[in-house]
Design a protein around this ligand. Structure first.
Ligand code: GLA
Length: 681
């Protein structure tokens, strides 16, 4: 018996390793001191309970089935009904590097080889797990489920926070109490989805929080189940449709990665580790993130109604208020006058753009802005030249009707000829026009994914195409969009640089959408725009000050017809853009904390505990006679701080006072944002 141990500054993982079974989970939690190990093997401290197997099977990294584990198995697979019981018969631990272990398991009875890679990254405090299953037998192995990760949760785990939603209403928080019944969230929509974000955060009675998210843009599931020793097992991974994964002898499948972290600082600590881990996954043009440019997106201002002269006017107005990137949204390509046609025909509409996109792109660039373009590569309208030429390229099941959504079908991204067509079509644009940015959309769920289910191949095909385009055009940034926030995940971000958070730009709705987003993703990736008044998605009206204040901490943009703005609103928007440019470096680096100050006030702080930018939002009128205090738990009680409102005089306040009593907020209108700098003296 041996211990396998990984430490990072804030986390520790310990497994008990025997050479004839999967590694037993002994600890995953806040950092233990070096040498703090279990006093004895697990079985030595738990006598056999009454009426129980003589063979105790505790929670392992890869729980089996049919051999004494009565919890949820990590794998469900068989060979024409046989070889369905699974239990590792051999285990070897490979030290890949100081922070990475690989557990090599074999099940010589079922004919399986399993490799689980566990990396506890000291820079991010994130444990990254992924599993490779190889069919070591001589017949086909049918795989129904394969967990990417099986994590332990301590007995005092109380609640789990996860997110649901829909188009125009992303990141609706759900808090479930953990009981001895099981908890499960599953997404079957074929892409990441609006209604089941692929991650969750578990909070414990002692304030510790555990977080995990699946780096995958397809079907996925996670479950938390109570086990016999009072702990819980948290399984996360991709899900497969029937018959989707059939491994030939010698063939392997590798799951997506799961990013997992734990923090004694609670939910904020989990979010901060996730932010570091996500930042580490992004491949920026030039190797490092440049300041996030202010966008103008044409969608809500123009929809499909493109007209070169008006768009040039819009670009002029955009440059005047300080916009830095002009993104031409849907409506630019051949015959695309509404959402009934043309997806797949990725060349400029000859009526709207008789000389192609170059005149507009050159105009935009001449004004000092980047030019960006919207595409939706995985989609095809039946009414398109592409579909007429290649109806077989759309996902279909023989004998079944084609099920359209927004009048569109989905291309089979597993087909190399489809990917080649798209690569060439997009290359024809990127290679001939000065395009610095692509907004990559995906505006429908998948239903059936082919005669043989190929949900997984669909995601991998898209990743492959994105990677190929990135390799060919490394300077081009990509935004991940799917009817707003339907493809926000740690998988696609390895190929992209921004998420479109929601098609709902109503600033009140955005408050909670953005707060949910920030639980998993850093603010610089959060596309946050100032929309029109009234908001197109809800019809509600908000002031320019409030709309721009809510958008400020994210990757700021404007999505309205600037030409229609009143003089006063245009001036205010210009000031907001200047304000964003002043603050963006501080919003977009460092840590994020979120809290609530009661009486309809929520806040977030960005930076470091000794140097913070505080962003406080009142989202409804006060019901109190006196404004609430805003308590800042991350400060140092032994230090004093200079607290300076954006417009006004600073004052010096003791850290302990700000932590325990809080900052007195001034009266605020019913919808308002305030910003303070808080700096240790
Ligand atoms: C989706 C996106 C929008 C816009 C439209 C264009 O809904 O989320 O931002 O690009 O598609 O059709």
């Amino acid at each position: 018996m041996n211990w396998a141990i990984l430490h990072s500054p804030a986390c520790t993982a310990i497994w008990e390793v025997h050479e004839d079974e999967a590694p037993l989970w002994r600890y995953w939690g806040p950092r233990l001191p070096d040498g703090a190990l279990p006093p004895c093997p697990l079985r030595a401290e738990r006598p056999e309970p009454s009426f129980s197997l003589h063979h105790d099977v505790p929670l392992s990294l890869f729980p089996g089935i049919g051999m004494g584990w009565f919890g949820v198995p990590a794998l469900a697979a068989h060979r024409a009904g046989a070889d369905w019981t699974h239990a590792a018969t051999a285990c070897r631990v490979e030290t890949v590097s100081a922070d990475t272990l690989r557990f090599h398991l074999r099940d010589d009875v079922a004919g399986l080889a399993i490799a689980i890679t566990a990396r506890l990254d000291p820079a991010t405090d994130t444990l990254t797990l992924a599993t490779t299953l190889t069919n070591a037998g001589v017949t086909v192995l049918d795989v129904a489920t394969l967990a990417a990760a099986c994590l332990p949760l301590p007995p005092d785990a109380e609640e789990v926070l996860s997110y649901t939603g829909r188009h125009n209403s992303e990141f609706i928080a759900i808090t479930d109490t953990l009981t001895r019944s099981g908890w499960r969230r599953e997404n079957r929509r074929g892409l990441t989805s609006h209604d089941c974000f692929p991650g969750a955060i578990v909070t414990c009675a002692d304030g510790t929080a555990y977080g995990a998210q699946i780096a995958w843009s397809g079907n996925h599931a996670q479950s938390i189940d109570w086990i016999d020793d009072g702990r819980r097992q948290w399984l996360l991974g991709e899900t497969y449709a029937p018959g989707e994964i059939r491994l030939a002898p010698g063939e392997s499948i590798t799951t997506p990665e799961v990013l997992a972290t734990v923090s004694a600082q609670g939910m904020d600590g989990v979010n901060q580790a996730f932010h570091r881990a996500i930042r580490a996954r992004i491949v920026w043009p030039g190797g490092a993130m440049a300041p996030r440019k202010v966008h103008l997106n044409t969608w809500e201002g123009f929809y499909f109604d493109h007209d070169l002269a008006s768009l040039k006017d819009l670009a002029n107005a955009a440059a005047q208020v300080g916009i830095e990137r002009f993104v031409l949204d849907d409506g630019w390509f051949a015959g695309r006058d509404d959402d009934t046609s043309s997806l797949g025909d990725w060349w400029p509409d000859p009526a709207k753009y008789p000389e192609g996109l170059a005149p507009l792109a050159r105009h935009v660039i001449g004004l000092g802005m980047d030019f960006g373009l919207w595409v939706e590569p995985e989609m095809v309208n039946p009414d398109s030249d592409l579909y007429r030429a290649h109806p077989d390229w759309a996902l279909h099941v023989d004998g079944r009707p084609l099920l359209a959504a927004r009048n569109q079908l989905v291309l089979d991204m597993s087909l190399p000829q489809v990917r080649d067509y798209l690569f060439e079509a997009i290359t024809a644009l990127l290679g001939t026009l000065p395009i610095a940015y692509l907004k990559w959309d995906h505006n429908r769920d998948l239903t059936h994914a082919g005669n043989r289910a190929s949900f997984r191949a669909q995601v991998l095909g898209t990743y492959t195409l994105m990677a190929r385009l990135r390799a060919a055009f490394p300077a081009v940034e990509i935004e991940s969009c799917a009817g707003g926030g339907g493809r926000i995940d740690a998988g696609v971000i390895a190929h992209t640089h921004r998420f479109w958070t929601s098609d709902c730009i109503d600033a009140i709705s955005r408050v909670n959408i953005q707060r949910g987003f920030l639980r998993f993703m850093p603010p610089e990736l959060m596309g946050s725009h100032v929309g029109a008044c009234p908001a197109h998605s809800t019809g509600r009206m908000q002031s320019m000050a409030f709309r721009s204040g809510v958008a400020l901490p994210g990757h700021f943009g404007v999505e309205l017809d600037l030409r229609q703005l009143s003089k006063a609103d245009r001036a205010e928007l210009g000031q907001a853009i200047t304000r964003y440019k002043t603050w963006r470096d501080r919003f977009h680096h460092g840590l994020v904390w979120q809290g609530e100050a009661d009486d309809h006030v929520v806040w977030q702080a960005h930076g470091q505990p000794h140097d913070l930018l505080l962003h406080a939002t009142r989202f409804a009128p006060t019901s109190w006679r006196h404004a609430p205090h805003l308590r800042l738990p991350m400060l140092d009680p032994t230090r004093r701080y200079r607290v300076t409102p954006e417009h006004g005089e600073g004052q010096e306040i003791a850290g302990s006072w700000l932590m325990r009593v809080g900052l007195a907020l001034p009266p605020m209108p019913g919808e308002a944002v305030l910003i303070y700098t808080i700096t240790a003296i």
